[in-house]
Design a protein around this ligand. Structure first.
Ligand SMILES: NC(=O)c1ccc[n+]([C@@H]2O[C@H](COP(=O)([O-])OP(=O)(O)OC[C@H]3O[C@@H](n4cnc5c(N)ncnc54)[C@H](O)[C@@H]3O)[C@@H](O)[C@H]2O)c1
Length: 424
């Protein structure tokens, strides 16, 4: 990580922006220059957090002022969803590198615009899909790359994360006119796939989407919407539940995607029903399977058989493969003792946030390709809108646009340090 420090500006200082900003202050090879937000309360909290870490940030009056500052090399966009793409395009037009947080797309047009602006300006663009840097995800990615599961035929994932308490607080804040709170605004008005990227990200990387493969069609179904009302009733009583207006967003959204390579993908979104958090990854291949919730695999020829049922397929723990298939990024991270240096809680996804920010900064510094680029971002976030379309049509299949404009057929492998490559 030697060389010039990459100088960062942040836009969007809610809980996510402030968390990522603190990481940028801590890691080697990056420097926080300053930030902006529409909400003064969030700016004040961010100044306090930066000062506690010994940094005096510039506070810009607005986003344009930040983009006009030649001291800034790279912009992290951690605003509410609907602002992501216009802010990203503005930054690329201003010659800045961009790291954009996750969320759903608002329209297909904005996905095409993101690609067009990046191609025209040549600016560095990275999508901050941190699940792609999760330790187990990268371990399994290495196993896929090494062919342990054979040819991948089907993949599944989910965003199961019960956030009823957060959503209800947002509803209350929205009713008081606090800016942001887009999660609830979307749930009130749209029925879609609100958060497809944490699960589709690693799946798309495993299936080489946009580099030799692509998504060709999608179909979706959505359940009724009763989870949030049920939560409010349990938590605050029947009267309060009555105040809560019916939502457009179904509680469970199931999406199926077909790939040009013949693979199928199953995604499930579920954030309003009580259930433990899970990404629920499954990769099925011609030689075996990975099951995330069981933290287990079956691999023909490697997983021990039960002598009493020699033809039955058995599970075995993923741990057995952890050392041999540990990803180079994590080998390097642990060798540098970053978990201890930054007091990272191994149970939260905080360590993946560090690795993805380090990857972004190093790819800028060394001129590497970005590991999660503009085609990945457009493809993954577009799922929200395509699901919305399929649901509006009663679950009809819809055509999946090719944001690479045929590039997926002939794109070269990534030019990148192996520590940062989150694909196969
Ligand atoms: N990758 C992850 O694990 C992860 C986790 C949490 C959140 N996120 C993503 O991070 C983003 C932010 O999430 P959050 O929970 O902090 O949201 P939030 O609503 O709490 O904060 C967003 C902030 O952006 C500001 N903002 C909105 N539009 C703006 C604009 N045009 N210019 C300047 N500031 C603007 C708001 O005032 C607010 O302070 C979202 O896209 C969310 O999906 C990612």
């Amino acid at each position: 990580m030697a060389g010039k420090a990459v100088k960062f500006g942040f836009v969007g200082l809610g809980s996510r922006g402030r968390l990522m900003m603190k990481k940028v202050i801590r890691i080697p090879g990056t420097k926080l220059v300053g930030f902006c937000d529409l909400n003064q309360e969030c700016v004040d909290l961010a100044v306090k957090a930066a000062e506690e870490l010994g940094v005096k940030p510039k506070v810009y009056e607005n986003y344009d002022a930040m983009l006009n500052d030649p001291a800034i090399d790279a912009v992290v966009i951690a605003t509410s969803w609907s602002a992501h793409i216009s802010l990203a395009c503005k930054a690329m037009e201003a010659g800045k590198a961009v790291a954009m947080e996750v969320g759903p797309a608002m329209s297909l047009q904005e996905c095409f615009k993101l690609v067009e602006v990046q191609e025209r300006t040549g600016a560095k663009f990275m999508f901050l899909e941190n699940t792609c840097y999760n330790r187990d995800v990268l371990l399994v990615m290495n196993m896929i790359k090494d062919g342990l599961f054979g040819e991948i035929v089907h993949a599944a994932g989910c965003y199961q994360h019960c956030v009823t308490d957060i959503v209800y607080k947002e509803y209350d804040a929205f009713n008081r006119g606090v800016p942001g709170n887009e999660r609830i605004v979307n749930r009130m008005k749209r029925n879609m796939e609100p958060y497809p990227t944490h699960d589709i990200g690693p799946i798309a990387k495993a299936l080489n989407i946009n580099r030799g493969n692509r998504f060709i069609s999608l179909t979706a179904m959505s359940s009724k919407a009763v989870g949030l009302n049920s939560y409010v009733e349990k938590q605050y009583g029947k009267e309060k539940a009555g105040e809560f207006k019916p939502l457009a967003q179904g509680d469970v959204v199931t999406t199926m995607i077909k790939c040009a390579g013949g693979e199928t993908v199953l995604l499930t979104w579920n954030t309003a029903l009580p259930a433990p958090a899970s990404k629920g990854f499954k990769f099925h291949g011609t030689n075996g399977v990975y099951h995330d919730e069981l933290k287990s695999v079956h691999i023909d020829g490697m997983t021990p058989t039960d002598p009493k049922a020699p033809t039955a397929k058995q599970w075995e723990g993923l741990d057995k493969y952890a050392k041999k298939y540990k990803h180079p990024g994590w080998v390097w991270f642990d060798r540098n003792k970053y978990m201890e240096k930054y007091s990272i809680n191994p149970r939260a996804h905080g360590d993946a946030d560090y690795l993805i920010l380090m990857a972004f900064a190093d790819c800028i510094r060394e001129g590497y390709d970005m590991p999660i680029d503009v085609y990945d971002a457009a493809t993954w976030i577009a799922i929200s809108v395509l699901v919305e379309e399929s649901l509006a049509l009663g679950g009809q299949p819809v055509f999946f646009p090719d944001f690479s404009n045929g590039g997926w057929l002939r794109r070269a492998p990534l030019n990148i340090d192996k520590r940062w490559n989150c694909g196969i």
